[in-house]
Design a binder for this molecule. Structure first.
Ligand SMILES: [Zn+2]
Ligand SMILES: [Zn+2]
Length: 390
């Protein structure tokens, strides 16, 4: 089956210091990696040229140049960035994730059944352990992507050109609206038509943005299994906190709680979400271990500058802050009238009467350490609340 997916020029790297815990290092955007035997290796690196670049297509196959001096080991702590173009803002905060690059890597391989079913569009040999997980953004679409828009059903591709710094879900909605097509969709002959494949990734240099449903059993009971590791070494899990219960997450996309890998101690971990930032919006928690609010997330990123663009989607007009991966409870990243995330509702409905509902009983807003019974009680309450909310 032939699948059509958009291939914006997103390339990645593996910098040792980044994987060792310094999130979001600076790098050349044309360095890319490949996963072989579970090890992500640098495969190709190019400098930006006239024929390719952010938002204008993949580096050509013959693109293979020497790494710039110091490019591999330096830059620790320089979050954000990830692109030399002036339109991609860099952020200095250690909590800031890359704009157009890795925020993590996969811990499991794409299920063979999903490959057999045609849900995965990466090249043969990709989709293994160590494959890239990117943040929510694309580099933008221009005339270089005309062939892709045509494949999506756009009779006039020029109406679909959009800026970089828009998440894949919103970008797809903008394209759908501009071209008056439905995305994603299955064509009459069964082809899946979307910016991403059914696993949630795309491009020749395959990377994941959304869903990650080919990496875990969405139907499984309990807390979803682990699908990846963020660049801060924290786990990224499937979407479920418990059977049919979604977690309440902070603006980074994480929360404190038990996981299949940490059944006795609360740990901060990320979950895949259907809405942006999809995986890692920022590297949480805060330095004092508290959960990250939308405003705190915004403060991590220079891209969250309040310069708003208005986009038309099938759901109507939205205001959008380019290169800002901090989304509120209504799914807006505009920073205007922020609807704080449910995890901060302070309803104190976890039964301990301490003024918050995080499962501890000290009113600190921080998770308890190693209090198994309280943590279990909290998880139950979260489950009830989540059931009501979702
Ligand atoms: Zn992408
Ligand atoms: Zn969880």
């Amino acid at each position: 089956m032939k699948l059509i997916v958009i291939g914006a020029a997103l390339v990645s790297l593996t910098v040792k210091c980044a994987l060792a815990g310094a999130p979001g290092s600076r790098f050349n955007p044309y360095r890319s990696t490949t996963a072989e035997n579970g090890v992500s290796r640098r495969r190709r690196q190019c400098t930006e040229g006239v024929d390719y670049g952010p938002g204008i297509g993949q580096p050509p196959d013959e693109c293979e140049v020497e790494a710039p001096s110091g490019g591999g080991g330096g830059g620790g702590g320089g979050g954000g960035g990830g692109d030399s173009s002036s339109s991609t803002p860099a952020s200095d905060s250690s909590h800031a994730a890359a704009m157009l690059n890795q925020v993590g890597v996969t811990d499991v391989a794409v299920a063979q059944a999903d490959i057999d079913a045609g849900k995965f569009t990466g090249d043969t040999g990709t989709g293994g352990i160590g494959e890239d997980i990117y943040g929510p953004f694309e580099a933008g679409f221009s005339s270089q992507q005309d062939f892709i828009f045509t494949g999506l059903g756009c009779s006039d591709p020029s109406v679909a050109y959009i800026d970089g710094g828009i998440d894949t879900s919103t970008a797809e909605k903008i394209v759908a609206s501009a071209c008056d097509v439905t995305l994603p969709r299955f064509d009459d002959d069964g082809e899946y038509i979307s910016l991403l494949d059914q696993c949630g990734g795309h491009t020749k240099e395959y990377h994941n943005h959304e869903k990650l449903v080919c990496l875990y059993d969405v139907e499984a009971e309990g807390h979803s299994s682990r699908v990846g590791t963020a660049l801060d070494d924290k786990g990224i899990y499937g979407k479920w906190e418990a059977t049919d219960v979604l977690p309440e997450l902070d603006a980074c996309g994480g929360h404190w709680g038990r996981t299949p890998d940490s059944p006795d101690v609360d740990v901060y971990h990320y979950h895949v979400q259907d809405a942006p930032p999809f995986t890692v919006g920022c590297f949480g928690p805060n330095d004092d271990d508290s959960l990250v609010t939308v405003q705190q997330c915004r403060d991590f990123y220079t891209g969250c500058d309040g310069d708003l663009e208005t986009f038309t989607t099938p759901d109507g007009e939205i205001e959008y802050d380019l290169w800002c991966p901090c989304f509120d409870a209504n799914g807006s990243n505009s920073g205007i009238d922020i609807a704080e995330l449910a995890v901060f509702d302070n309803n104190d409905d976890d039964g301990d009467d301490d003024g918050d509902d995080n499962g501890d009983d000290d009113g600190s807003g921080l998770p308890s350490s190693g209090a198994a019974t309280i943590g279990t009680a909290s998880a139950t309450v979260v489950a009830v609340v989540a059931t009501l909310l979702f």
